[in-house]
Design a binder for this molecule. Sequence first.
Ligand SMILES: Cc1cc2nc3c(=O)[nH]c(=O)nc-3n(C[C@H](O)[C@H](O)[C@H](O)COP(=O)(O)OP(=O)(O)OC[C@H]3O[C@@H](n4cnc5c(N)ncnc54)[C@H](O)[C@@H]3O)c2cc1C
Length: 327
Amino acid sequence: METKPVVVCMWNLGQGGLPVGTEEALTLGRKVASATGARLHLLVLGPLPEECLETAGRFGADDVDQIEDAALEGFAPDAYVDALAGYCQQESPALILFSQAADTRLVAPRLAGRVGAGVLMNGVDISVGESGGLQATASAYGGDTQMVYELSGAASYVVALSANALLPEPAEGGPTQPGCRSIQVDLSGVNERIRVIEQARTEGPRLEDADIIVSGGRGLGGPENYKLIEQLAEALGGLAGASRPIVDEGWVDSSQQVGLTGKITRPALYLAAGISGASQHMAGCSAAKTIVAINKDPDAAIFRYASYGLVGDCLEILPELIRAARQ
Ligand SMILES: Cc1cc2nc3c(=O)[nH]c(=O)nc-3n(C[C@H](O)[C@H](O)[C@H](O)COP(=O)(O)OP(=O)(O)OC[C@H]3O[C@@H](n4cnc5c(N)ncnc54)[C@H](O)[C@@H]3O)c2cc1C
């Protein structure tokens, strides 16, 4: 009997390229497919992005499946759920993987409900357990801890993979040559009940891709001091980030928020000034290779994560760092 496929699902919102996290989801999908002898499919809702077949091949996908329909243009969660449910009926996947983002949060659990699948959000890994069944690891309490779940009892599972949960790794045996299969699903009866009225800004370099991030928090004292964060970020060739309170207080745009409810980043260097190190903030930066913290409180939690810590007033230390970085 053929093993049921593993499917990585994405949609094309015309932002150029594959959505963030697709390569990570393909990496995990390949791992599970290899361990279970299943085929790995990349399912695309909407038009195929230009490099889709090449990327799918590089990450070892066996097939690229596509559902194209006018109802799938733009973000259309009801149509997406219908399309995916129709796909599941035809292909009976064992595992459907999403890269977790604001839009997938609206689709993945509803798909699971529709097709009677088990669902797990905040996934970071899936492996084959001792019993031969799948085990999924998910982060919990804002990344403070991890839970391991046995995926048994349902015929299929929907897992949303946390951003930056793992590093993308191309298929070990070299690229595959996936063909593109067009899947037909009847979406004529879709009644779209959710309308996107405002989308997050996406232009310019993204914190998620930055190698160097300098972030500021409430310890900066006031919005006028955030320019020190921007100046140091610029001098180091990086991007400026922020903790949530200073976003909430309107000092900076929400696109700069790092953390559980902001951007999940994985830079080589994360410099945090006047940030306490709450778990919800660290969920967005603890994967950084090196964390440097400036805080006037020697007992601040951030020093538990930092490779280098500077105890002192960030309003005095930041200008010195800017001067040194500019030299
Ligand atoms: C559901 C939920 C989701 C959340 N999501 C996020 C998220 O995505 N991102 C996020 O950041 N937070 C998030 N939070 C909030 C989080 O819990 C913290 O409240 C927040 O991260 C604290 O921000 P902060 O460190 O800037 O401020 P504070 O906690 O007020 O810390 C300020 C720090 O600056 C230091 N300081 C003060 N003055 C100076 C100075 N002159 N020089 C140097 N250091 C100084 C202080 O010692 C202190 O450690 C979330 C909370 C909840 C409940």
